[in-house]
Design a protein around this ligand. Sequence first.
Ligand code: GAR
Length: 208
Amino acid sequence: MKNIAVLVSGGGTNLQALIDAEKRGEIENGKISCVISSKEGAYALQRAAENGIKGITLPRKNYSDSIEYSKALLEIFKEENADVIVYAGFMTILDECVCKAYPYKMVNVHPALIPSFCGKGYYGLRVHEEALARGVKVTGATVHFVTEECDGGPIILQKAVEVKNGDTPEILQRRVMEQAEWKILPKAVSLLCADKIEIRDGRAYVNE
Ligand code: GAR
């Protein structure tokens, strides 16, 4: 059974989707062993507590720079025997020493169809604001491996979601979460824990 560490910064609806999937027996060969928040008082920590999962707060503001913060995070991963690390609405940029220590063991959920609306500065509601401003008719979500390039790691799963007339960033965000993120994130984590993802020539292939 692989130990899954989930990194959060906010509301934690993706964490909840992972918890619910685990309860339904849908995370093959994995269990959420701890939740680490970069923000004090994040609602995601309450979700962890309510489900008997260890919550750890590692506030970004207590560290002078990203390298010091990343080193502290790596220590926690070691202490917790983390095998797989999930960025679930984690809004803190980490030093590359973190992803290099866990090659193809860290995944992120991004609220758009990469390579659209991704990279530095594209996070949370901002992504949906930009998608609406561009007038795209289809958006969605992507789960990908975390590498040193922001949102640039191999894509594991994607799911498309329709943009509707009259959408606000908040409405679109909710639809993308419900129809895409909360489905593909638990699925990708399960595939990773079950060793069903293969990397060839810098691309990820799912073997089911
Ligand atoms: C989610 O939409 C997630 O995809 C996004 O932030 C939201 C967090 O919600 N992440 C990013 O934008 C990362 N680049 P949650 O805390 O309710 O899971």
